[in-house]
Write a protein that binds this ligand. Structure first.
Ligand SMILES: Nc1nc2c(c(=O)[nH]1)N[C@H]1C(S)=C(S)[C@@H](COP(=O)(O)O)O[C@H]1N2
Ligand SMILES: [Mo]
Length: 509
């Protein structure tokens, strides 16, 4: 037997074991790979400073899952090689895989214990069977000549191993594909589509028109498909709204809980609010402005009666994520909602169905809990939300920020009137002015678009005469409605949000 065949046998054993666990967990919950990835995120990723919140964008999640599969196959290959001489090593290795899988599954609040345990036990059994069968086939004949006991030539033996290995690989691929199909059918998307949201009792109108349009400028309202998504959830929780309840508890006089229908029967507000991520770099796109439909958090709290001294509101997600912010934010008159709708649609699963919090003027990681299952009143000193022990600030108001959308870095524009445009935000205060400076020239005021309220970003534009061909640079800065100007001092997102002026460099031709 060659090392190569043993490695192939080991990798295939790992693939079969993984495939079995994927099949066993292919329902409405997270897959085994999701649960392992979640544990990776919770335990290892965040302490590494470079892997900040922004790491958990959509592509990174795909990369993490692919990485888990590749590492599992590589470890399987190493086990196969080791098992060539000492078969116990292979069995022990696969069993260790199973134990890790069970541990990850049990630690995942969304995973079904029965599915995880059954999947891992059967997966280990099938993995061990695959490994021993393939190793035996590989060992059959690697001697240079056929013998009386094994009359086959090495070529024939090689061919039969290859056939067995290919068949096993095919079974693993088909099984994994079947798990995917089952999973895709269990999203609950059709249920969501049939939900009818109530009309808002109060609406903050979106401006019907804007005084200018500029190609390439962000829309005033961000379409759902373009709205950024940031969370630690490798598996998007699929909450069944018919059994879901929202608990209001902690330091309150009358704890209570609401069903989805009860929540929908409360008086709703619909209003645009700009939400941004603390990980947004200057000029970045982890920010969006959506029309949220929801119940004022103040109403939800009033029903429970907040006790004196309860200076923190903690939102907890069905997946264990938590975010906490000062109780004041729910009562100081700013917009703070228990949201059920986004841009006229039922809150999408990726954005927190059935309910989430949105608080104007606070970064998402301290306020905007998605897949909300409880609102707990507590003390700031008594509880830290998910990101706080991971090096992010406990108190995190959104900073005054402005961004240039047009021209983009590296754009080529024709000489003459050059149009500069972008967005600026400072919720809940609002923006009173935006200025630009070209090639270190004087700061000049930009024109501002219409806004629904001070909770949203504002579109801005300015025209500059540029006749000199070549490279030019434009900077932007904003002032909020209290007259406070955005700081020029450059800071990275950690621990409480990036600062500095956004610049764009372009060429006039
Ligand atoms: N359950 C849960 N809610 C969460 C998070 C999370 O990781 N889990 N991330 C928060 C962060 S960091 C941000 S910026 C916003 C992003 O909301 P969005 O994905 O709808 O844009 O959600 C917040 N709510
Ligand atoms: Mo965030």
């Amino acid at each position: 037997m060659t090392d190569t065949r043993a490695r192939v046998a080991g990798a295939l054993a790992a693939a079969m074991a993984l495939m079995v666990t994927e099949l066993a967990t292919a329902g409405s919950g997270p897959s085994m790979i999701d649960s392992i990835g979640s544990q990776f995120i919770v335990r290892f990723a965040e302490p590494v400073e470079a892997l900040a919140i922004a790491v958990f964008g959509t592509n990174d999640k795909l990369a993490l899952k692919a990485g888990i599969v590749i590492v599992a196959l590589l470890i399987g290959a190493a086990l196969g090689r080791a098992a060539r001489r000492r078969p116990q090593v292979g069995v022990a290795g696969i069993a260790a895989f199973g134990v890790l899988g069970i541990a990850a599954g049990l630690a995942d609040p969304l995973a079904s214990t029965v599915r995880v345990v059954a999947g891992c036990v059967i997966g280990v059994a099938i993995g061990v069977f695959t490994l021993t069968t393939l190793l035996r086939a590989a060992a059959k004949n690697t001697a240079p000549t056929a013998t009386a006991e094994d009359p086959r030539t090495p070529q024939a033996s090689r061919r039969s191993f290859l056939m067995l290995a290919s068949a096993t690989g095919a079974v693993a691929v088909v099984g994994a594909g079947a798990a995917r199909v089952v999973r895709a059918g269990a999203t609950g998307a059709s249920r969501l589509a049939s939900i009818v949201l109530p009309r808002a009792a109060k609406t903050v109108a979106v401006p019907a028109t804007q005084p200018f349009t500029v190609a390439g400028l962000s829309d005033y309202l961000t379409p759902i498909d373009d709205f950024y998504r940031i969370d630690t959830a490798l598996f998007v929780p699929r909450v069944n709204e018919s059994t879901w309840r929202l608990e209001v508890k902690g330091l309150v006089d009358r704890p209570y809980s609401l069903s989805y229908d009860q929540l929908l029967r409360m008086d709703m507000v619909e209003e645009p609010i700009t939400l941004s991520c603390v990980s947004n770099e200057i000029g970045g796109d982890l920010v969006g402005n959506a029309r949220w439909l929801g119940v004022p958090l103040a109403d939800v709290l009033a029903r429970a009666g907040v006790k004196r001294g309860a200076d923190q509101i903690v939102g907890r997600s069905v997946d264990g994520f938590t975010a906490g912010f000062p109780t004041e934010a729910a009562t100081d008159g700013r917009s703070a909602l228990v949201v059920v709708g986004m841009n006229g649609e039922v809150l999408p699963q990726r954005h927190g169905f059935p309910a989430r919090l949105v608080v104007a003027g606070l970064y998402g990681y301290v306020s905007a809990t998605k897949w909300l299952e409880s609102i707990e009143l507590t003390r700031l000193a008594d509880f830290d939300g998910y990101w706080i022990p991971r090096g992010w600030s406990k108190i995190a108001p959104v900073k005054i920020t402005s961004r240039i959308d047009v021209p983009r870095l590296g754009d080529r524009v024709a000489a003459g009137q050059v149009v500069i445009a972008g967005v600026a935000w400072a919720p809940p205060t609002g923006i009173s002015g935006v200025e630009i400076s070209v090639d270190d020239g004087p700061w000049t005021a930009a024109r501002l678009g219409n806004v629904a309220s001070s909770n949203t970003w504002v579109q801005w534009t300015a025209g500059v005469d540029l006749t000199t061909k070549g490279r030019h640079e434009v900077l932007v800065r904003a002032t909020d409605a209290n007259g406070r100007r955005q700081t020029a001092e450059e800071a990275s997102p950690r621990p409480d949000g990036a600062t500095g002026y956004h610049r764009s460099v372009f060429t006039v031709t």
